[in-house]
Structure formats: structure tokens, C-alpha cells
Design a binder for this molecule. Sequence first.
Ligand code: HMG
Ligand code: MG
Length: 310
Amino acid sequence: MNLPKTVTLVEVGPRDGLQNEQRIATPELRVELINRLADSGLQVIEAGSFVSPKWIPQMADTDKVLSKLDLGSELRYPVLVPNEEGVEKAIEAGVREIAVFASATESISRKNTNCSISESLKRLERVCERALAVKIEVRGYISCVLECPIEGVVEPGKVTAVANALVEMGCFQVSLGDTLGTGTPGMITALIESLTKEIPVTRVAGHFHDTYGQGLANVLASMQLGVTTFDSSVAGLGGCPYAPGASGNLATEDLLYMLDGMGIETGVSIDSIMDTVGFISRQLKRPLSSKVSQALTNKPAGREDQPHPL
Ligand code: HMG
Ligand code: MG
């Protein structure tokens, strides 16, 4: 099997996770979550978003969260931005990286950003121009790359068109969002094979929601094609409020267990992540949902003394 030696994890729990929780986390809790994640060895932590608080009240006060982080450190703390108002707030907050998002389908573009795909791309072009002019790096997301809750199965050509536009406007990477989490390895393989005819695989990342438990299989399929960056969310927090039925992202602890077991380095400690899974689950009064958090919590006494099965 052709697999990478190292993988970069982009932790999206504090943004994609908390944006979809009923219980609104205070800025103090958000800061504590981010600091705990950083202490676990994560190098990239999406810290929040500058979107309309009427649309996503959970992400209000992202400026307060950022003011408590060391934005000058080596760690990357990107924030999600939908428009020019958002990028101005990001600049004011002193961030060094933002993430913009577009959709592969018209229906989700309207639901998520109140405009068509082409309007959103024009908007994002202005956002990128403004950010890049002040040396802020820009990552791009595409939602519903495999299936849309309204339009059904999505043709790879639609994703490629949006990805090309994002790369053209200066995004250093395009993260492929299986927003509904319905995709299977065959679908993600076909998409990446098609996309990488036009965009180098080094610029592609995977963002797999785990609704149908396909996240790990989709990561493995993507790694076999050369993808080495994956988004995940501690405790599997997350979803998308405008994509009904979508559940949380692939849990960071599930992904780490697989990568650790395969000898693929991430620089992240699963034991430390597990402490944070417990912490955030208690704070949000949320049951443990990932397979690994359930298995490790119920592990019989003495099991830790046994050698790793792999
Ligand atoms: P709109 O209503 O068309 O915006 O929404 P508008 O320009 O007409 O402005 C309306 C009001 O919002 C105004 O305030 C603006 O100031 C304010 P008012 O005058 O009524 O008091 N506003 C803002 N406030 C703060 N920050 C801003 C901002 N922009 C406008 N940046 C808009 C358009 C894009 C703003 C809205 O649709 C929006 O915020 N959408 C974001 C929705 C969102 O965050 N979705 C979840 C993130 S995407 C995701 O999760 C998918 C991903 O994980 C990948 C995957 O899984 O597929 C990335
Ligand atoms: Mg998402």
C-alpha cells in the first residue's frame, strides 16, 4: 500500500464542532478547549469564524477568543470567513490564516451563504485579494463534494470547477467536504482521481463528516492517492446547521488511533486528546460518541500493560 509517513491534522472542533452544538460555549471555554488541543501537539486548530452571528450565534465573540491566543506562535489558528466583512474582522484580530468556503451545489450555496455559487466565488475572490495583500494565508473548503441533501449525487466536474476557482484566487489548499458524511471510498477515490488531473494532490485535503461511519475508510482511500492533510474534530463534535442530517466530523481520536496503529506520524498524543474528549463532553453535557472514546473509557483494568496489537 502506498501510504504517507506523516499526516497533518487540522483540528476543526472549536469551529465546525461548536458551531453546531445546542449549548453555546463561552469564549473562555472555547479558549480552554483550543489551548488543551494545542498542548496535545496539534499544529493547526481552526479557532472560530467571522460569520453573521444571526446565522451562527455559536461563533459570536470569535474576536474575544482570538485575543487570548498567541497568534504569533508557530501554531496555526485559521478562522472561517464568508465575505469582506469577515476578512476585515480577521485582519483586525491579527490572524495569519483564514479559511473561505464555497459549495459544489447551488442549493447548499444559497442555504449556507445566501447567494449562488458564482456570486460566492466573486465574493471570495475579493476576500482572498484583501487577505493575501496583507500576507494572510487562505485555505479553501468545498461543501457537498459527493452528495447534496437537495440535489443528490454531485458530479466530480462541479467540484473541480469550484476547486480550480479557489486555487486561482490564491487558496494554498482545498479541503473536500463530505458534508453529509454519506460518501464511501469508491466515491472519494473517483473524485480525487478526477480532481487531481487539474490540481496537484499536495493541495488537496479531506474533510469527512462521519454520519455513516465512513470517515476512516475515506481517509485511507485518500491517503492511498497521496492526500496527507485531514480535518477532524475532537470528540466528533460538529455538523452543518444548513445540511440537515449531517453529523459531526470524523473524531480526532478515531483518526489518531488508526494513524498511530499504522505508524503514520502526526505529532499528536492520543492520551492527551482523550483527556480533552472527556473535558469537552462533560462541559457540553454530551455523551461520548466516537468509537475510540467509548472503547478506551470502557477498557478493562490492566489492558494498558498489553503490547499494542499492531
Ligand atoms: P446575508 O444575510 O445575506 O448577509 O448573509 P448581509 O451581507 O445581507 O448582512 C446581513 C447582516 O449580517 C448585517 O447585519 C451584516 O452586518 C451581518 P445587520 O445590518 O442586519 O445588523 N454580517 C456579518 N456579521 C459578522 N460577520 C460577518 C458578517 N457578514 C454580514 N462576516 C452571510 C450572508 C454570508 C453573512 C451569511 O450567510 C453567513 O454568515 N453564513 C455563514 C454560515 C455558516 O457559518 N455556515 C457554517 C460554516 S460552513 C461549514 O460548516 C462547512 C464546512 O465545514 C465544510 C463542510 O463540512 O462541507 C466548512
Ligand atoms: Mg464541516
